[in-house]
Ligand binder design. Sequence first.
Ligand SMILES: Cc1cc2nc3c(=O)[nH]c(=O)nc-3n(C[C@H](O)[C@H](O)[C@H](O)COP(=O)(O)OP(=O)(O)OC[C@H]3O[C@@H](n4cnc5c(N)ncnc54)[C@H](O)[C@@H]3O)c2cc1C
Ligand SMILES: *[C@@H]1O[C@H](CO)[C@@H](O)[C@H](O)[C@H]1NC(C)=O
Ligand SMILES: *[C@@H]1O[C@H](CO)[C@@H](O)[C@H](O)[C@H]1NC(C)=O
Ligand SMILES: *[C@@H]1O[C@H](CO)[C@@H](O)[C@H](O)[C@H]1NC(C)=O
Length: 641
Amino acid sequence: MKPTGIIYIIAFFLALSVHNANNASLSIYEQKKYKQFLEGQGLYTAEDDVVILTVHNFKTEVMGSPQAWVVEFYNSWCGFCQRFAPSWKALGTDVKGWSDLVKIAALDCSVDDNTPICREYEIMAYPTLRYFHENYVPGPQNIGVVVTKGDDVNSHRHFLIERMMTEQMEQRGLMYPNLLPYTHSDTSHLFDSIPHSTQYGFLIIEEPETYLGAEVALDLHKTPNIIVRYAFSNNSDLVSHFRINKFPVVISLDHNNNHQIFNIGSNSREQLKAVIGNFLLSKRIKVTDDTPKNKEIFTGKWLDAEVPDMSSLIQERARQALKERIKKMGDVVFQMDLETALRFSLKHEVATVKTIQGEKLDVLKNYLTILRKYFPFGQGGQLFLSELLMAVSNTNQIKGSKVAEIISRAEEEDSLVFSSPQQWLACKGSSPSYRGYPCGLWKLFHYLTVNAADQNINNRIANPLEVLGVMHGYVKNFFGCADCSQHFQDMALKKGMRNVSSLDSSVLWLWMAHNEVNKRLAGDQTEDPEYPKYQFPMKERCPQCRNGDNTWNLVEVFRYMKHMYSNINVRYIGSDTRILHVGLEGKSAASGPGSVFKALDMSMCFILYVCSFLLLTVLIRMFLKRGYRKKPYVHDLLGKV
Ligand SMILES: Cc1cc2nc3c(=O)[nH]c(=O)nc-3n(C[C@H](O)[C@H](O)[C@H](O)COP(=O)(O)OP(=O)(O)OC[C@H]3O[C@@H](n4cnc5c(N)ncnc54)[C@H](O)[C@@H]3O)c2cc1C
Ligand SMILES: *[C@@H]1O[C@H](CO)[C@@H](O)[C@H](O)[C@H]1NC(C)=O
Ligand SMILES: *[C@@H]1O[C@H](CO)[C@@H](O)[C@H](O)[C@H]1NC(C)=O
Ligand SMILES: *[C@@H]1O[C@H](CO)[C@@H](O)[C@H](O)[C@H]1NC(C)=O
């Protein structure tokens, strides 16, 4: 071993021991793991009353737990999930007092490490809510029960209560207070089969389809020596016995059959609790209610309090400079974004399906086929796509985990498949929850439509839907954002996607469709403030794309699309082009649009080809001898995806 190697190793161990001296009991790996719980992940932070689950703690927390769990499986880039998160956090706070009974949690399926969990639990649409009962034992037959999504904290809570009631009807959820309506015609059964120490009973009578009684029973379940039940106003015997004509009311009862009736002005959970609280106070019983009135404010970070030092300031400036440079480059496509979109798509959307079969399998085959024809890969990437295609051909099903295996081999440093780190460049948002994957997927499909049109310029029998059809199938079967998928399918119908009659017009169809989405989302809360939605292309970038009367000049738009998304216009900032050029050896489709060469004299072309081939071989030899290393600087600046 060379002396430098030894020095590196010593330095490494030195660094490690210095690091560990801070906290002898935690390995670096564990610190990373805890950091996620302490600081948050995806759309949730440690400040929220939502338990953050990850691959590290999902099983240990949920399995065999004395509480039930309601887990939101989501994807941090999905617009619907972003709009959903605030109300889910609000639910976490709202039912914080029930956390010894049921826990509110979230798991981010867009994090690489978490994908095996999302696959195992067959999460196909985001967000998905699943209820796991107490003492849950994982197994293929038990992947939790879907809970209906509400659209605000109240509807979330009502759907949760309905689930909890169903659980009790099925003899689970026995740790909950009794949540089923009281159906007897008098109050003599109120104290049946409950501890004898119970001193007071409260019977709430409310209109059907309201949840006040169950909410109050849950809020007050820790208060000793009381029982809270509810009945509906259609329990006519009970209602006429107490001569009640306005709802809701609370009736307090004791063992001697003394009772008092309290009218509550409105359907207010707080007022109901106040009435019960005052009654108990007069009996010298203090109510235990852990439902927070005001959210506690989290202060300070627990780990890694970051003090900006000089080097991070310099990095920050370089990061800003890179961002400005990318923004100035306008609508061009970057290899890094295309590769990152492809990796994300394969790893998080294809490989997360437990078993791929039927329509999904057909779509996957077609997807891989067009990728192999048009994706700008080098030789290594082509081989990777061929291997995947082979694995899904001649079979009627394939496991997602098998696909994941092939991808993870392709991601090894020396496999020469991907030329870029898995990061966003032009699709990078101003914060991690903006842009990213959906932006990359749009770019990928625009790129594919344009390159299909380029490469089939003289092909009279080309299928005009070759790419659009696959995109439609992909979005329908794999795209995780459930509402986007539905919108896109509706649009395909309404805007006649199937009527597209040439590959050229498929380019324009997708441009039009994307602009429809841009129009709908302009000003939406999921919009990145630094990248507002606009009708593409911007006037400044293509003045000739609009006529004098501000209508589109489709000929110019088409020209612009063909230019921006063409193979020769792809930019390689941050990518290792050596990996892509290895592909020139073969006659892969990715080596460039045939049309460029057609104009040249063929013999001239041949000489050029041989020369460049020789030069490249020499260069590659040189580089390989030095050892293959990815360029470090750009992806260090980009931060995590
Ligand atoms: C199929 C699909 C359907 C979607 N449906 C929804 C939905 O229903 N609801 C929702 O909230 N989100 C939806 N999204 C996500 C949404 O469209 C955006 O991708 C996301 O909000 C990120 O926006 P962005 O600013 O990065 O720009 P994006 O819209 O993602 O655009 C990415 C880049 O493409 C280029 N571009 C923009 N417009 C065009 C165009 N017309 N033609 C060619 N190139 C263009 C620009 O360079 C732009 O920066 C969908 C995404 C996809 C892929
Ligand atoms: C290390 O971290 C753990 C968990 O955060 C903590 O309980 C312990 O006290 C720490 N030990 C030291 C030496 O700081
Ligand atoms: C009263 O209303 C509830 C809730 O809508 C319903 O389930 C129940 O069957 C009704 N009972 C009677 C006696 O009508
Ligand atoms: C698509 O074509 C069919 C038949 O040619 C026609 O009836 C339909 O209106 C077209 N749809 C659109 C949206 O153009």
